[in-house]
Write a protein that binds this ligand. Structure first.
Ligand SMILES: Cc1cc2nc3c(=O)[nH]c(=O)nc-3n(C[C@H](O)[C@H](O)[C@H](O)COP(=O)(O)O)c2cc1C
Length: 208
């Protein structure tokens, strides 16, 4: 049994939708076990956004999803991350969680695990690609093996329609007011990344 963790942070539900779709796609496959986990909210962010209906509604929809722990990272053979853009980089929530993984880093516990990253931003050029690339840096420090979204498996990358996604990984455009939801192309790429990370994880199990 190969174990896949899909973990994400989502203020307004876009990454939640992409992560849920990614997790469901591998849940349907034989010989794979999947966990979907959210990255804990920070108290300051919760307070700052507590008057926003869109935030409160998105948090309510995620209330049944368990928070990720370091044990979940250790449990997994492969990890898919859902990381929305904050000024072209990862949110503090994700950085804070990754920064608690020093013990796993020092023991090499994450080395050799497959990993892929999904993202979202409000605008088309608001930093989806830079967020994925910047988020890869700590994952490489952990010794993880990066899995992207190649052109041959993702014809969406050559489409002229407006949607997210790059060879670095799936993404979605939330819109300047956050009201757009992930489109079919975004969800399709999310599914394929999760399947690819899961399959690479299965093949890498004995690699250091
Ligand atoms: C502090 C902050 C910084 C943000 N920075 C950017 C940005 O640089 N570019 C952009 O397009 N969107 C930016 N956004 C919008 C978020 O990326 C967007 O709300 C998020 O991708 C939606 O995903 P979610 O619904 O899963 O939270 C920012 C949002 C916040 C709260």
């Amino acid at each position: 049994m190969t174990k896949l963790l899909v973990t994400y942070y989502s203020s307004y539900g876009h990454m939640h939708k992409m992560a849920q779709t990614a997790a469901d796609s591998v849940s349907e496959m034989d010989d794979y076990e999947v966990k979907l986990r959210k990255i804990p909210e920070l108290a300051a962010a919760k307070e700052a956004m507590s008057s926003q209906d869109a935030y409160l509604s998105a948090q309510e929809k995620q209330s049944e999803i368990k928070e990720v722990t370091l044990d979940d990272l250790e449990w997994a053979d492969g990890i898919v991350w859902g990381i929305p853009t904050r000024f072209g980089n990862m949110p503090a929530q994700v950085k804070q969680f990754m920064d608690t993984a020093g013990g796993l880093w020092s023991r090499g516990s994450l080395e050799g695990k497959a990993t892929g990253i999904m993202s979202s931003s409000n605008t088309v050029h608001g930093g989806q690609e830079s967020t994925i690339l910047a988020s890869l840096i700590p994952l490489l420090h952990f010794g993880m093996i990066f899995v992207g979204s190649p052109y041959s498996q993702n014809p969406e990358l050559m489409s002229d329609k407006l949607h997210g996604g790059s060879p670095y990984g799936p993404s979605t455009i939330a819109g300047s007011d956050g009201s757009k939801t992930p489109v079919e192309e975004d969800l399709s790429m999310a599914k394929k990344l999760a399947v690819r990370v899961a399959k690479v994880a299965a093949g890498l199990k004995d690699v250091d």
